[in-house]
Write a protein that binds this ligand. Structure first.
Ligand SMILES: [Cu+2]
Length: 238
């Protein structure tokens, strides 16, 4: 409901001059950039896996050598632990290692919430997946296929849908990916950052030409972007 409202608003802004307030609204200071957060989390997860992996591997190797069978007919005689000691040996290490996982999971949820919360005033673009490409519609009606042009340093909300099968809208450099489902409206947002180009691709096998379903995010300096929007507004084209 909310979405169709904002889209009708976007369509009403067809007159090129009206783009300026739209863009001004999209330019916000302090739009969070979540890329660093995801990278940090990934880094910590890798450290976690390596440290725990090395500790467990070292203990295993030590036990293999220390308690190996020395004679052919040797039978093992492990120490008998009290019930308390048995519980201790199971739960204390489990909690120690789980504590770290819970900490990482909490950080993940914190970041996830930011990822799903679109900053107010984000520049909203409609992206429709199809076999095999992406159709893009800007507020005001400028369209493009496989080229997602956005102004620099702006929170961009991509409203996603599909007109045939399930696709997945993936912007690897921005660390965001979300499904495009026929008959459903989904979204993701990202901070466009500095001018440049980034890969835009489909991450869900969607048929024979799935591997050819890719395009570019083109981050443009603001003035250049506004010029492009004006030149590509439906009235200007006709
Ligand atoms: Cu696809």
């Amino acid at each position: 409901m909310k979405k169709s409202k904002s889209w009708s608003k976007g369509l009403l802004a067809g007159v090129p001059l009206l783009f300026l307030p739209v863009l001004a609204g999209a330019e916000q200071a302090g739009v969070p950039d979540l890329r660093a957060g995801w990278e940090e989390l990934w880094h910590e997860l890798m450290i976690d896996i390596w440290v725990i992996g090395i500790i467990f591997a070292a203990i295993t190797v030590y036990f293999l050598i220390r308690y190996r069978r020395k004679h052919h007919d040797e039978e093992g005689q492990g120490p008998r632990l009290s019930r308390l000691a048995s519980f201790g040996w199971v739960f204390v290490p489990a909690f120690l290692f789980l504590a770290d996982d819970i900490f990482l999971a909490a950080k993940n949820f914190e970041l996830w919430n930011k990822m799903r919360e679109v900053p107010s005033g984000a520049y909203e673009i409609k992206v429709e997946g199809f076999m095999w490409g992406f159709d893009i519609t800007h507020p005001g009606g400028a369209t493009a296929t496989n080229e997602l042009r956005v102004p620099e340093g702006t929170a961009v909300k991509a409203s996603l849908t599909s007109r045939d099968v399930v696709h997945s809208f993936f912007l690897p450099d921005y660390r965001v990916k979300w499904d495009m489902v026929p008959g459903m409206n989904t979204y993701l947002w990202f901070n466009s950052g500095a001018p440049g180009e980034h890969v835009m691709t489909c991450a869900e096998y969607c048929g024979a030409m799935h591997s050819g379903m890719y395009g570019k995010v083109i981050v443009m300096p603001r003035a250049e972007f506004e010029k492009w929007i004006k030149e590509n507004a439906p009235e200007q084209k006709s």
